[in-house]
Design a protein around this ligand. Sequence first.
Ligand code: UD1
Ligand code: UDP
Length: 363
Amino acid sequence: PHAVVVAGARPNFIKVKPVIDALTADGVRTTLVHTGQHYDEAMSGVFFADLGLRPPDHHLEAGSGSHAVQTAAVMTAFEPLLLRLAPDVVVVVGDVNSTLACALVAAKAGVAVAHVEAGLRSGDRAMPEEINRIVTDRLSDLLFAPSPEGVAHLVAEGVPPESVHLVGNVMVDTLLACRERARARPTLAELGLRSGGYGLVTLHRPSNVDDPEVLDGLLAALGEIAGRCPLVFPVHPRTANRLVGRLPAGLRLLGPVGYLDCLALQMGARLVLTDSGGVQEESTVLGVPCLTLRDNTERPITVTEGTNRVVGRSPDAVVAAAFEWLERPPPPRCPALWDGRAGQRISAVLVRTFAGSGGGQDL
Ligand code: UD1
Ligand code: UDP
């Protein structure tokens, strides 16, 4: 069989790595397509280097833009390529615009769509990712859920149960594979940080950083927390654009860091404050206390079976929760099936489904 695997944004690179490795080990031909949604070295290139991910076979160079402009740019470039490649299946991961764009093109071209990280729902349609999740799942033929509530959402939405596979979490596959290399990095020493002596912040959700009032409130809260526990904050480019003209007091700002450095920073952190989906999961696997600065999460299992707590965006609530967890951290726990074998389970299903197919063109 032949699988086209799509990646476009920072978290996608981390998710496709174990899928490509498992497919390759099982003898499946893969074509890696980079949509170009993220393009800075610090948002793209460094992940290929850190993960040992092979260079993309095709680059669509879609770039930044409004939702419609970016989604359309990916679709327009992906359609002719897909028609030439004529694979058995297009594998999309996560919930970014590239995920939706390629799923939509494939579904209309009559190519099977497999969605890795299916069934996540925040219940909040003001999040662009929620729209991407709902539509991508609706278009998908094979749906790979990381946790049981994902399966439940899909079945409740009318997806045939035989299309849904509970496989575990590919982010965790990559984390476990890279953990020792991250531990060996000089990241903390180079930044003058002591393990257990600082907190890590990541923020990039439009709901937190695009509204100046919300952003200023969160920065003030973080500044207050930093008075008790120094905070390092690798800044996403969306957020960097919003920080122009602002001088967040007390925070140590860095550019976006590579994957191994980010894992090293999480492992050494006493507390993580984030609005990232992936970081909620990683902190749970690492047993590090995590406060999610959002009103909801599409990953509730990190709360019920992990070290995450959803604290909202009110500055007082964020400060109170941080002070509480600096004193009394939650016990480490990890969801079942987050065991480093999700990629292998996904590959096994794809091999079973497409066995015997020659799979289109090499280009
Ligand atoms: C996207 C995803 C989000 C994901 C995040 C991961 C969507 C709708 N959003 O958000 O779900 O959590 O990626 O990081 O797909 N920029 C650069 N350099 C880059 C990339 C972006 O400077 O390499 C800047 C541009 O000004 C761009 C802005 O960041 O307009 C936002 O980028 P975009 O890909 O549209 O959305 P993200 O906020 O990164
Ligand atoms: N990450 C990283 N460098 C950073 C911030 C995050 O390598 O400066 C990693 C993080 O460890 C996780 C992934 O990027 O593996 C999460 O991506 P992001 O927060 O951009 O997107 P989300 O998961 O919210 O979609």
